[in-house]
Design a protein around this ligand. Structure first.
Ligand code: HEC
Length: 381
């Protein structure tokens, strides 16, 4: 068998277990899905993003898909943590993915080799420096996304112990980290495992000898020298397992509880929008409106800034004429309370219900005064 290893270039080496490959598959699906549904929301003013949102059936459903994927990813992260704990503390394996000084040396030698200053590439271990960087980028990125995602998912809970500015800050961090992660996967990961060498080991579980020689020469030498990882005797492992399982069950219960709390604690992010819209009372009596009061409010509230002194858009920077708008009192109320397009929303704290009735009285009066001229000016319509 040893001879066989040394002579065949196509000799395969086992690299990943089925569990590792499975986790990687889940990561592919959740990562791509989260990137797609997240970036579509970030860039929702762009046509391509709107097409994606429409594909998912609207903004509400794309948010739900995003959250479901996030939950699957968090469950996988908990599972991954359990596996690592088991390997380190029960099987007593070495944390071969932990970065060390040798990785700095390897990275330097790799650059020198690529630039032609070194004849031979560094002999790298089971996980080379590039893989370690990528792994910890995923770990760090996931932690950051979970924390900032939690803050956006549960804004009320967050502002109970942090100032309100943390919510938009969390959103920026979430968005930029997403962009960074997606771009680094497209550039760095794609290049390393698909373009430089098409490396299927994460799917097949096996790696070819030539890839081993280039990327994990140190590991290959260890295998060929017959160096096997130190194994604890079964009774030691069994004793450790007895400690591990109760511990694992407790930690899993705590983390799962935390996850359920995370997901169900608050409905605000999803329900705020409809709630705020329901608050608008359209059940007002228009007859309480006084034209003169409305004229005062029109300038006091800055309506004239966009719509002009006479609602016809003249002499206002935005020139939004609404003089010929055929709106009902109810539509008028909803417009003012919610604010379409660039128009700000006027909540009750800023403008009372009577105030709206006054504005309406003034608006109708102004429309009536302008109406004869309007009909004469546009007879062809
Ligand atoms: C910052 C600019 C801005 C301010 C201030 C503003 N509006 Fe508007 N308003 C707009 C824009 C933009 C539209 C939407 C135009 C459109 O529908 O194309 C609009 C639309 C409207 C409409 C028409 C709605 C419809 O269904 O056609 C009404 C009525 C209106 N505004 C009333 C007001 C009143 C009353 C105020 C003050 C309390 C006000 N606006 C303040 C910019 C403004």
């Amino acid at each position: 068998m040893a001879e066989n290893i040394q002579t065949t270039q196509t000799q395969d080496y086992v690299r990943f277990t089925p569990s590792q490959r499975m986790q990687h598959l889940v990561l592919i699906v959740t990562f791509s899905g989260l990137g797609l549904t997240g970036l579509a929301q970030t860039f929702s003013d762009q046509a391509w993003a709107q097409a994606i949102i429409a594909l998912f059936g609207g903004v509400e459903s794309i948010r739900i898909v995003h959250r479901v994927l996030a939950t699957v990813l968090m469950v996988t992260a908990i599972y991954h943590g359990g596996i690592i704990t088991y390997k380190l503390f029960v099987l007593g394996r070495q944390a071969s993915i932990m970065p060390g000084l040798r990785d700095v040396r390897d990275a330097w030698q790799w650059v020198m080799y690529n630039l032609g200053f070194r004849g031979e590439h560094p002999h790298m271990p089971r996980y080379n420096f590039g893989e370690k960087v990528e792994y910890f980028a995923v770990v760090w990125g996931t932690i950051l996304m979970v924390i900032t995602g939690f803050m956006m998912w549960n804004p009320i809970a967050t502002t109970r112990f942090l100032p309100g500015e943390f919510i938009p800050a969390a959103r920026s961090a979430h968005r930029y980290e997403a962009l960074l992660a997606v771009l680094s996967i497209i550039i760095w990961h794609m290049y390393n495992v698909h373009i430089r060498r098409f490396n299927r080991s994460m799917f097949s579980g096996k790696i070819r000898r030539d890839a081993m020689e280039e990327e994990h020469a140190q590991e290959l030498e260890d295998i060929e020298e017959g160096k096997v990882a130190f194994e604890y005797p079964p009774e030691v492992i069994n004793r450790r397992k007895r400690y591990f399982w109760p511990y694992a069950v407790i930690v899993t219960i705590i983390l799962t509880g935390g996850l359920i709390f995370f997901v169900t604690f608050e409905e605000t992010a999803i329900t705020t929008l409809p709630q705020r819209q329901e608050v608008v009372t359209t059940d007002l009596d228009p007859s309480i409106g006084v034209v003169e009061e409305g004229a005062v409010l029109w300038t006091e509230q800055g309506c004239d800034v966009c719509h002009g002194a006479n609602a016809d858009g003249s002499e206002s920077p935005l020139e939004v004429s609404i003089i010929d708008r055929d709106v009902t009192f109810e539509q008028f109320i909803i417009t003012v309370r919610r604010g379409p397009a660039e128009m700000p929303a006027y909540p009750i704290a800023r403008l009372s219900d009577e105030g709206i009735a006054h504005l309406w009285a003034w608006f109708v009066d102004t429309q009536e005064q302008a109406a004869p001229a309007e009909t004469e000016a546009a007879p062809t319509e």
